[in-house]
Design a protein around this ligand. Structure first.
Ligand SMILES: NC(=O)c1ccc[n+]([C@@H]2O[C@H](COP(=O)([O-])OP(=O)(O)OC[C@H]3O[C@@H](n4cnc5c(N)ncnc54)[C@H](O)[C@@H]3O)[C@@H](O)[C@H]2O)c1
Length: 400
């Protein structure tokens, strides 16, 4: 890559985030000269000091190495956008409080960089976008009079697996012109030999279908769990029985909180695209978002919650993570704060919530424990207190 006349091969806009930073690290580790542009000054400072602003397994030592080797640096100055041949944009694309996608999120972020775009760059959209955003960005750039083709190459890693999946998953690449497609394929070919070419419109849907498919599968399992549980049966015994040596059911997930910053909001982006005629997606949302409510209502039938201290174990949105964005453990806490005598919470990974207590204190004070995030640490939980464990971490079944 280094024969280009740009100072850097890659600039990652939003590159201090959960997706942008592992990507920037991965490119730098493969020899690219990488710079990050991010509006978060504390995160920029952390990255330049060789520190991850959040937990991502195996990324820390590589970050240290590439920063020390001068192959990666971060800046809060948008002027760095003009220094790189490839401009990868991976800012957040949330839905709002009414579940509307924000089609302008990526164009807005690019607005701040627009004065620095230079002819000959390739713009690569990596955020998960509402369908049509690639075309919108193409129009925006054409309006600037810049000769900067646009590619859409969605990120498909799962948080916590970035440093393996970036090098193992096939990369979906898309662009309008064969030349731009070739450049995008060459860029991501640095990470993995398997590149899948689609049109931008196909790739936009491919990303949303991927996350929505997963969200619907979790919802089906959660609905089955509630049905079995209402019948007094253990869904895990049923699931284990039906999937044993039976390949067509091998991918049936267990019950659990399906949460986090992606699955719900991307299902809602797809629903908005379908003018809200997406019964399957909306139903998946009500099932998954309803699970903490179901859990509390079941516990209410068995216990006098109002006189009890309830301990929540695990506040991250999934096992092994420190990320609390859109975590259903917080919804559980909110509902219990209304119903229970007292609610205490703990998490071995989360560092951003000052209300969390040490695990032993929560276990000691609680009358009832609920595992809300399936952290591996809880597999060895030793307590004589009742534990609601819809994940079957303790291997004692999931009946609540
Ligand atoms: N988190 C995941 O597991 C995951 C997986 C695949 C795809 N995605 C998609 O990737 C995108 C980013 O998600 P994320 O989880 O990394 O978000 P994030 O919030 O962790 O990171 C976004 C970063 O962008 C920065 N930023 C915001 N506005 C900016 C601007 N105008 N200019 C420069 N920097 C700006 C923020 O400071 C932050 O560091 C989303 O579209 C998401 O749907 C996420």
């Amino acid at each position: 890559m280094s024969d280009s006349y740009f100072e850097h091969d890659v600039v990652v806009v939003g590159g201090c985030g959960h997706v942008g930073l592992p990507l920037a690290i991965a490119f730098a580790d493969r020899g690219a000269r990488v710079v990050i542009y991010d509006v978060s000054e504390p995160s920029v400072a952390a990255v330049n000091a060789g520190r991850l602003p959040f937990d991502e397994p195996d990324a820390g030592p590589v970050l240290e190495r590439v920063v020390a080797g001068g192959r990666l640096r971060a800046s809060a100055d948008p002027a760095v956008v003009g220094t790189a041949e490839h401009v990868i944009v991976v800012v957040g694309t949330p839905v709002d409080e009414h579940l509307n996608p924000d089609q302008a999120a990526v164009p807005r972020a690019l607005g701040g960089c627009a004065p620095y775009l230079r002819d000959g760059q390739l713009m690569v959209l990596r955020s998960t976008v509402f369908p049509g955003v690639t075309a919108l960005v193409e129009k925006m750039i054409a309006g600037l009079g810049a000769d900067v083709p646009v590619a859409f190459c969605p990120e498909r890693i799962a948080e916590g697996k970035a440093m393996t999946e970036l090098f193992s998953l096939p990369q979906i690449v898309s662009a309008r012109s064969p030349q731009a497609l070739k450049r995008a394929a060459a860029l991501f070919g640095l990470l993995t030999p398997a590149v899948v070419e689609l049109s931008p419109e196909e790739a936009e849907l491919a990303k949303l279908f991927t996350n929505t498919w997963r969200y619907i599968k979790f919802a089906a399992a959660n609905q089955f769990f509630m049905m079995a549980n209402d019948a007094g049966l253990d869904f895990e015994r049923i699931r284990e029985g039906l999937s044993r040596d039976y390949p067509r059911a091998a991918d049936m997930p267990g019950a659990g909180f399906a949460a986090g910053p992606c699955l719900f909001k991307d299902t809602m982006q797809l629903a908005a695209l379908a003018n809200n005629n997406f019964a399957l997606g909306h139903t998946a949302m009500t099932v998954n978002e309803g699970l903490p409510l179901y859990l509390v209502s079941r516990l209410e039938q068995r216990y006098d919650l109002g006189s009890m201290t309830v301990g929540i174990l695990g506040m991250a949105f999934k096992g092994g993570s420190d990320d609390i964005r859109s975590s259903l453990a917080y919804k559980l806490r909110r509902v219990l704060e209304f119903k229970a005598g007292k609610v205490l919470c703990t998490d071995p990974n989360v560092t951003t919530d000052p209300r969390l207590l040490p695990e032993d204190e929560v276990i000691r004070q609680a009358d009832l424990l609920i595992i809300a995030a399936p952290h591996a640490e809880y597999r060895d939980l030793a307590t004589d207190k009742p534990v609601a464990d819809i994940w079957n971490l303790l291997g004692q079944g999931v009946v609540v």
